[in-house]
Design a protein around this ligand. Structure first.
Ligand SMILES: Cc1ncc(COP(=O)(O)O)c(C=O)c1O
Length: 378
C-alpha cells in the first residue's frame, strides 16, 4: 500500500468534512442500487453485460458487478487489465488496441493468469501479440475490430477485417474469439429515434463481418459492442453476445440525462476558499473534476456553478459557485456531482466511501499511468 493510501485509511471513522479536499467521495448504497438496477434491466435482454471498468478503475467495484451477473470486465488499457487480473478477476477484455513492446508483453503476461482478450485491427500488431504470447507461454484472446461508423479504430472494410480474422486464427499464441464494433458515434445522439436508427445500422455493419467470418468457418463466439447510451438497442440484438455499458455504476451530470434511472453515486468534496455574498470559490477545478460533456452540479445545496463570460466558471484549481439564498463562508464544504465520472476518477489515488456522513472505507483507484505502468523508477 502506498504511503498516501495508508494516510487516507487513517480517516476511516472520521466525519466526511475532515477529508482533505478535493476528494473523491463514493456512496456505496447508491452504487449497489445502480448495479442492481442494471442487473434487472439486463435480464430483459439477450446480450450479456461485460461492464467497462474505465469508469471506476477499481477491482472492488468490478467484483460488485460480477456478483450481479456480469460475465467479465472490460478495460480501456492494459494497465487497467493488470489491476483487474492481479486482483483475481480472470476474464478481462481490453476494448482497445494494445501496441508497443512493453504493453504487448504485459498483455501476454496477463494472459498466463486468466482469460485476457484484446482488439486487433492490424496484421503487424497481431503478429507482435502472437510472438509475445508464445514467449510468455500463454494464449491471448482476440476480437477483430471493425469500424462501424465511429471512425476511431477498426478495420474499415468487412472483407479486409475477415482477412485479418483468418490471419489471427492461424497465428500461434492467439485465439480468435470473434468480432467487435463499438457504435460510439451513436451514444450522444439526443433524439431517441435517431439513436436507435444509427445504432441498428452500426450493429448491422458489425453483423456483416460476423456473417463473413462464419462463411469462412472462423469462430464468432463473442460479438461485442455497446455502451450505456445504446444498452437497450445493441443489447436487444439477438446476435450480439455482450455489451460494455459501464457508466451506469456512478452516473453523473451527463449520463443522468442520457439514460435516466441511475443515481449519482460519485461526488467531489471541495472547500470554499474564498466567499463574497452568495458566491464562493471552491478548491476544485479542471484538475480534479471531469467536465467533459456537462458542467458539474452542486449536490445537497441549492445553487449552481457560476456561469460567466459565456461559460461555467471552472479554472484549474478554482470553481465558482453561487447559492440561491445562503451566504457561504470560507471553510464550508460542498459536494459536486461530476459532469463526467470517468475523467474525474482518473485524477485521484482513492475513493473515500461515505455512509451517513462518516468515512467507512478507502478503495484505491488503480491502473492509472505512473511508475508501475511506464517502468520509470520513482
Ligand atoms: C469501447 C467502449 N466500449 C464501451 C464504452 C461504454 O462506456 P459508457 O458506459 O460510458 O457508455 C466506451 C466508452 O467510451 C468505449 O470506449
Amino acid at each position: 500500500m502506498s504511503a498516501d493510501l495508508a494516510a487516507a485509511r487513517r480517516l476511516v471513522g472520521a466525519p466526511l468534512e475532515q477529508v482533505p479536499t478535493p476528494a473523491l467521495i463514493l456512496e456505496p448504497a447508491i452504487v449497489r442500487a445502480n448495479v442492481e438496477e442494471m442487473r434487472r434491466r439486463m435480464e430483459t435482454l439477450p446480450a450479456a453485460l461485460r461492464p467497462h471498468a474505465k469508469i471506476h478503475k477499481s477491482p472492488a467495484l468490478a467484483r460488485l458487478q460480477l456478483e450481479a451477473g456480469a460475465i467479465g470486465i472490460t478495460t480501456a488499457t492494459v494497465w487497467e487489465a493488470t489491476a483487474m487480473v492481479e486482483a483475481g478477476i480472470d476474464d478481462v477484455l481490453v476494448a482497445n488496441q494494445v501496441v508497443g513492446p512493453r504493453k504487448v508483453a504485459e498483455l501476454a503476461r496477463l494472459a498466463t493468469l486468466g482469460r485476457v482478450i484484446a482488439l486487433v485491427d492490424d496484421a503487424g500488431n497481431a503478429a507482435a501479440i502472437s510472438a509475445a504470447a508464445l514467449a510468455a507461454g500463454g494464449e491471448v484472446g482476440v476480437l477483430v475490430e471493425l469500424d462501424v461508423g465511429l471512425h476511431r479504430a477498426g478495420v474499415r472494410e468487412v472483407g479486409a477485417a475477415a482477412d485479418l480474422a483468418r490471419l489471427v486464427d492461424r497465428l500461434p499464441g492467439l485465439r480468435l474469439l470473434g468480432a467487435f464494433g463499438y457504435e460510439g458515434h451513436c451514444m450522444l445522439e439526443p433524439d431517441r429515434e435517431e439513436r436507435v436508427r444509427k445504432a441498428r445500422a452500426a450493429n448491422a455493419r458489425l453483423l456483416e463481418l460476423v456473417d463473413e467470418m462464419e462463411a469462412r468457418g472462423l469462430p464468432t463466439e463473442i460479438v461485442a459492442a455497446g455502451g450505456l447510451g445504446t444498452w437497450d438497442i445493441t443489447g436487444a440484438n439477438p446476435r450480439i453476445t455482450e455489451i460494455h455499458a459501464g457508466s451506469y455504476i456512478f452516473s453523473d451530470a451527463f449520463h443522468r440525462n442520457l439514460v435516466p434511472g441511475f443515481e449519482p453515486a460519485l461526488s467531489v468534496l471541495a472547500t470554499a476558499t474564498s466567499a463574497a455574498g452568495r458566491t464562493a470559490v471552491l478548491d476544485c477545478g479542471r484538475k480534479s473534476i471531469g467536465i467533459d460533456r456537462a458542467p458539474p452540479e452542486l449536490i445537497g445545496a441549492a445553487g449552481r456553478v457560476r456561469f460567466e463570460h459565456g461559460e461555467r466558471f471552472i479554472h484549474e484549481e478554482h470553481t465558482a459557485i453561487e447559492l440561491d439564498d445562503e451566504a457561504p463562508r470560507v471553510g464550508d464544504t460542498f459536494r459536486l456531482m461530476p459532469g463526467y465520472s470517468p475523467t474525474t476518477v482518473n485524477f485521484y489515488d482513492c475513493y473515500f466511501l461515505v455512509e451517513a456522513g462518516i468515512v467507512t472505507d478507502v478503495w484505491p483507484v488503480l491502473g492509472r499511468y505512473g511508475t508501475e505502468t511506464t517502468g520509470v523508477e520513482a
